[in-house]
Design a protein around this ligand. Structure first.
Ligand code: PMP
Length: 409
């Protein structure tokens, strides 16, 4: 197997040039790039096995069903779920979160109850709970952070006997940091609350074991881990999923339909209405095979080394401020930053003029920006195909940003 430092060779898009510059992709937190092996598996599926899963007894419907269900089994193994009934395919983390909000949240909280999230949540894990709170009369409360991105002392004690749902990002898409997951989950369970863990930014970068985590729901997106866009996963503990009503209604999620009544299919199909994204599931299967050919532990430690390389160098550049912790050990491949008096969109545009792709904006976490008084920031995020020379190119441009904007120092 090739060393991880050569993983970039597997990604055809990284050979692209833009305005005469090699494209340097530092926006993997938004979406990851796709290795050729994943594309090949999709082409094979589309040219050899395409049919409508679970519909029909002809060879192509059967092969498509197999491919789709094999992908589910691969996900079960990848996140160490207890059983395949607990793994539901969705479009993305957002849809998974909406499923939990609509089917669990709305039916299990009421006035006087509390839903608790952190102020760093992605809108997918925030607007959803605002909806549930508005719909049910429950309150939505926040755990706040200190300047370094850690939960403030005592915030965890907001988890009390009124708390029914605790939802938070496993890794923040802005701060790149992990919350004290174990402690939060234990505390939530001690008061009888359930935990919804947003794994959108953790699953691509570290070994996930939902049984060891003991979260009640876990969501992630295929497109952030080298699969195609439009495939996501909701993991949920079986007893919770069994007790929930279906989300979307239609084909495949039913058992018997009469003119006026319907009974529903068993798990996981109860939550998968309509023709599924089998193509996406096939790419997710292939992406997991690809990532595991390196090993999730190796991917995590490789990214840790990259962060340890670049973060101190960024901090040496005058007027650059990194959001949250500046301890490289606490950042999982995501670094959000500002350059004093330069709008983040200008930083991103200057980077883009050199072929460097970074993100700028509020990163779908506006309450976090308001809390830190930083309406927008720039963000670089890396993956297993990121090279030191990519980071050097980024640093070279970062050093020039203020002078390009006309500042003398
Ligand atoms: N949560 C976090 C922490 C994220 O970073 C993202 C994607 N930026 C999401 C949820 C939503 O993911 P998706 O757009 O794939 O649904």
């Amino acid at each position: 197997m090739k060393p991880i430092t050569e993983a970039y060779k597997d990604f055809p898009i990284l050979n692209k040039t833009h305005n005469g510059n090699r494209v340097i992709y530092l926006d993997s937190g938004a979406t990851a790039q796709i290795p050729q092996v994943v594309v090949d598996r999709l082409v094979e599926h589309m040219t050899q096995h395409n049919g409508n899963p679970h519909r029909g007894s002809h060879v192509l419907a059967v092969e498509a069903s197999e491919a789709y269900e094999n992908a589910r089994d691969r996900v079960v193994e990848f996140i160490n779920a207890r059983e395949r009934e607990e793994v539901i395919f969705t479009r993305n983390s957002t849809e998974s979160m909406n499923l939990v909000a609509h089917c669990y949240g709305v039916n299990n909280v009421q006035e006087g109850d509390k839903i608790l999230i952190t102020v760093a949540e992605h809108h997918a894990n925030l607007v959803t709970w605002q909806y549930v709170a508005n719909k049910t009369g429950a309150t939505l409360e926040y755990m706040y952070l200190d300047e370094t991105g850690h939960l403030k002392d005592g915030e965890i004690n907001k988890i009390d006997e009124h708390t029914k749902i605790v939802a938070f990002a496993h890794v923040s898409n802005v701060l790149g940091m992990e919350f004290p997951v174990k402690e939060l989950i234990e505390k939530a369970h001690s008061v009888g609350a359930i935990v919804v863990l947003d794994g959108a930014q953790s699953t691509p970068h570290m070994k996930i074991d939902v049984q060891a985590l003991d979260c009640d729901f876990f969501v992630f997106s295929g497109h952030k881990m080298c699969a195609s866009q439009g495939i996501g996963v909701l993991y949920g503990k079986r007893a919770l999923l069994e007790a929930m009503p279906p989300f979307l209604l239609g084909g495949d999620m039913i058992e018997y339909v009469k003119e006026q009544t319907t009974t529903f299919n068993e798990l996981p199909y109860k939550f998968e209405a309509g023709t599924p994204n089998a193509d996406g599931a096939v790419t997710l299967h292939a992406a997991i095979d690809y990532l595991e050919s390196f090993g999730m532990e190796q991917i995590e430690s490789y990214e840790e080394k990259l962060v340890a390389y670049i973060l101190p160098k960024m901090l040496e550049i005058p007027h650059v401020r990194v959001l949250g912790s500046t301890n490289p050990k606490e950042k999982h491949g995501v670094i959000a930053f500002t350059v004093e008096d330069v709008h983040p969109h200008d930083v991103a545009t200057i980077m883009d003029s050199k072929g460097i792709c970074i993100r700028s904006g509020h990163h779908c976490a506006q309450p976090l920006g308001a809390f830190y008084n930083v309406a927008a920031s720039s963000r670089l995020s890396m993956y297993l195909y990121t090279r030191k020379e990519d980071l050097d190119a980024f640093l070279d441009v970062l050093k020039t940003v203020r002078s390009v904007m006309g500042y003398k120092d």
